[in-house]
Design a protein around this ligand. Structure first.
Ligand SMILES: Cc1cc2nc3c(=O)[nH]c(=O)nc-3n(C[C@H](O)[C@H](O)[C@H](O)COP(=O)(O)OP(=O)(O)OC[C@H]3O[C@@H](n4cnc5c(N)ncnc54)[C@H](O)[C@@H]3O)c2cc1C
Length: 490
């Protein structure tokens, strides 16, 4: 790409940018999505607890909670969207524990408010009913507010699916391309990127952690955001039966904002409360793990340090830490017409479907002509999920293609056939394969399979193994082959 013209330019291939791209593809709009990384969903979307929440309003507990209507408007849209895109969605339900009568009364008020918004699924559970649902839960909890509607997804797979479906429906989707400058012009915007220039009439800025920096390029930064860091530890699947619901404690309970949640793959996630931090400093350390463990044990006492197989830290941008968690920016810049800023600190994954609709409405108000795309196809096919096939299906598949009989990742039972499918769908790095297939996400954390995945990537992409990277750029895994080293190469 050296010069490109497009009607709408979407900056950022996280869950919000890709959701906007797919929503726009319902219309005959010439849209382009650009992402600076070589794949989708590698920003905040990757560093996530994976919970699809309803946007419950916890104002009894803390002034920090102000759910945007976009969150609760999204819940009814999320499951059908995941079905159309063959993205994971599992209604695990949520248990918000209380430890005394005052906690219970607060949840009663919260439940009444949720009902007034049409969320009628909540139930108050006493200690015995709670323990029937979760036998390993702390004995200190006197009950819980139960919301069976809460679900978990895989945000990166969802984001990849949204991008693929947008592309199928005509959106020009470009990765490895960073926006470096934006100038407003009479007809719209001139955008300088790392791969050439783009002129466009409308911009949707969904740059996640860089939302303010991208807006500032064209003086559309009429907001201030603060980087907030969260830490998540991943537990081994062998302890997946310790808990089956997303469980958290009200902030006034012992160990504030502690949380434990199952994932769609069976691992449990535990996390620490979010804190202001230096933007981009996503290093994890022992102290974070200790806080997460201490808090998680207050919910489920049997969790052990040995169960942690990996951890990560991620950032979200809060508009005003004082105002609260759910404060989000989904509006046209007050200073630059036709420039829409989209940023949802938390919970951006849960809010993505309604946010995408809202952005399209904003663009239309700014003058974008929306004519229905009669060819829009909402369906997208996921790659094969070998583990979840029946034995008969597995036998048939292996008979038709022996690569499905070759298990490459033993921890997660990922076959060569699935890895080849992932590469055909766009994975070009080890992380690209990992996030599409889970190869490398198990107990051994890719110790066994990464060299094999590297070999398959090199073979399928027709490039030397040394050119295969973990996540693009300079993240090469192999400097040269050991035989070359023995042969005297410097
Ligand atoms: C620890 C943690 C746990 C969370 N748990 C949940 C949860 O359980 N449920 C939930 O709903 N939400 C959760 N969230 C919040 C959620 O992750 C975010 O709200 C959401 O991912 C934001 O998506 P996004 O698309 O705006 O940002 P991102 O995913 O960061 O996407 C922005 C994209 O823009 C790209 N970009 C940036 N600058 C440029 C540029 N100049 N040019 C081109 N591209 C650019 C980036 O590479 C990135 O891919 C959690 C967040 C954290 C940190």
């Amino acid at each position: 790409m050296s010069e490109l013209k497009t009607e709408v330019l979407i900056i950022g291939g996280g869950v919000l940018g890709t959701a906007v791209a797919r929503e726009l593809s319902r219309y005959k709009v010439d849209a382009t999505l650009i992402e600076k990384e070589v794949d989708f969903g590698w920003g905040s979307t990757k560093a996530n607890m994976c919970i699809v929440c309803q946007g419950a309003d916890h104002q009894e507990f803390s002034k920090e909670y102000h759910p945007s209507p976009l969150v609760w408007q999204s819940m009814p849209l999320m499951e059908p969207m995941c079905q159309e895109l063959e993205a994971p969605f599992n209604r695990v339900g949520e248990l918000a524990l209380f430890f005394n009568n005052s906690g219970k009364e607060k949840y009663e008020k919260m439940m009444a408010r949720a009902e007034s918004r049409g969320i009628t699924t909540h139930q108050l559970l006493d200690r015995d009913s709670l323990r029937r649902l979760e036998p390993n839960i702390t004995r200190e909890a006197t009950g819980a507010l139960y919301d069976p509607g809460i679900a978990v997804t895989d945000p990166v797979r969802l984001t990849i699916a949204l991008a693929e479906n947008a592309r199928q429906n005509g959106v020009n989707v470009i990765t490895g391309t960073e926006v470096q400058d934006i100038k407003a012009s009479a007809g719209g915007f001139e955008v300088k990127t790392s791969q050439g220039n783009i002129s466009c009439e409308f911009v949707v800025n969904a740059a996640g952690m860089a939302v303010d920096k991208v807006a500032a390029l064209v003086n559309a930064d009429d907001f201030v955001v603060f980087p907030i860091r969260g830490y998540v530890a991943i537990l081994d699947k062998k302890v997946s039966d310790l808990v089956s619901h997303e469980v958290h404690a009200s902030p006034e309970a012992p160990g504030e904002s502690n949380i434990i949640t199952p994932t769609v793959y069976g691992n449990l996630f535990i996390g620490t409360p979010m804190k202001l931090a230096r933007r981009g400093d996503d290093a994890t350390n022992r102290e974070m793990a200790e806080v997460a463990l201490r808090n998680a044990r207050r919910l489920i006492p049997d969790i052990s340090e040995k169960d942690i197989i990996n951890s990560f830290a991620g950032f979200l941008m809060f508009r005003n830490w004082e105002l609260g968690w759910h404060e989000c920016i989904v509006n046209t810049s007050s200073t630059v017409p036709r420039f829409v800023n989209v940023s949802i600190g938390f919970p951006g994954v849960s809010a993505a479907p309604a946010t995408a609709r809202e952005v399209v409405k904003l663009l239309s108000r700014e003058g974008l002509k929306l004519r229905e795309n009669p060819g829009f196809n909402p369906y997208r096919k996921a790659i094969t999920d070998f583990t979840n096939l029946t034995d008969e299906e597995k036998r048939k598949l292996i008979a038709s293609d022996s690569r499905y009989g070759h298990v490459v990742c033993r921890c997660e039972t990922v076959t060569e056939g699935e890895i080849v499918e992932a590469i055909k769908q766009g994975a070009a790095t080890l992380d690209g394969v990992k996030f599409r297939t889970r190869a490398g996400m198990g107990r051994c954390q890719s110790g066994f399979c990464s060299s094999r995945v590297t070999g398959i990537l090199a073979r399928e992409l027709g490039i030397p193994e040394e050119e295969i990277t973990k996540k693009g750029g300079e993240s090469r895994q192999l400097l040269y082959k050991s035989k070359e080293l023995i042969g005297g190469r410097e």
